[in-house]
Design a protein around this ligand. Structure first.
Ligand code: ATM
Length: 235
């Protein structure tokens, strides 16, 4: 688990009260906010509006002057983008598929995510380890314990500080995908039953880890979904 709040030496204590709050307390509070880096992952089934919400979140963090990187899985490096291309277009055995996701994750985590977190930057990651639980575990039926073990290896036992699951009814999500009208990859060709299981995977994760995994109803307006995301981030 990465540390959310980095302590900073705030210098000599000032004891001037402003509206009942000591100036020293105020300074510490502001410096804590300014130094708080978070590891945030965004999840959900296809068609829930992840891309739009990630763009809005990036603009929000930029507006706040927060140092961040935005990346994705599978992907985020040249090697991982090559693995992504195989994963999204070729059919394969579910365990092979899992291992390719985990290989990409190990590479991405150690070369992109971990250095950014060590550099005290916030990381927004479009999908991460929970996607393997939801898609390969719930969706494809691969043993969850095996996935958890491989996730721990690939992420050096790091969990996001916050995972936002954008959630909506399957019919609405597939209607959005249909309207998008782009060439479907192998996941977009999968049937409704598969996505029902994946969605359940995400909902179960939120029950299991309610502090970390937050479900946000993405059937609401784009602006309301964004506000809900900001309200759980608490920057
Ligand atoms: P995006 O289209 O959100 O970038 O994700 C690519 C696909 O990879 C996505 N497909 N759908 N739907 C989910 C899938 N995926 C997994 O199956 N397991 C994983 O561990 C990850 C990170 C993604």
């Amino acid at each position: 688990m990465c540390t959310n709040i980095r302590h900073q030496d705030t210098g000599p204590t000032l004891l001037l009260p402003i509206n009942g709050i000591h100036l020293a307390t105020l300074i510490i509070y502001i410096s804590l906010i300014m130094n708080k880096n978070l590891f945030i992952t965004i999840e959900g089934i296809e068609g829930v509006g992840k891309t739009t919400q990630i763009k809005l979140l990036e603009a929000y963090l930029k507006g706040k002057g927060i140092s961040f990187i935005s990346t994705r899985e599978p992907g985020g490096t040249q090697v991982c983008e090559k693995i992504r291309n195989i994963l999204l277009h070729d059919e394969m055995d579910p365990v092979t598929e899992l291992m390719l996701y985990e290989a990409a994750r190990a590479e991405h985590f150690s070369t992109v995510i971990e250095p950014a977190l060590k550099d005290n930057r916030t990381v927004i990651c479009d999908r991460f380890a929970d996607a393997s639980i939801a898609y390969q575990g719930y969706g494809r039926g691969v043993d969850i314990k095996l996935i958890e073990t491989l996730n721990e290896i690939a992420t050096k036992q790091t969990k996001p500080d916050l995972t936002i699951v954008l959630d909506m009814d399957l019919d609405q999500a597939s209607e959005r995908l249909r309207k998008r009208g782009t060439e479907p990859d192998k996941f977009e060709r999968l049937d409704k039953e598969f996505y029902k299981k994946v969605r359940k995977g995400y909902l179960d994760l939120a029950v299991k880890e309610p502090e970390r995994v937050k479900i946000i109803n993405s059937l609401q307006s784009i602006e309301k979904v964004h506000q809900d995301i900001v309200s759980v981030i608490k920057y």
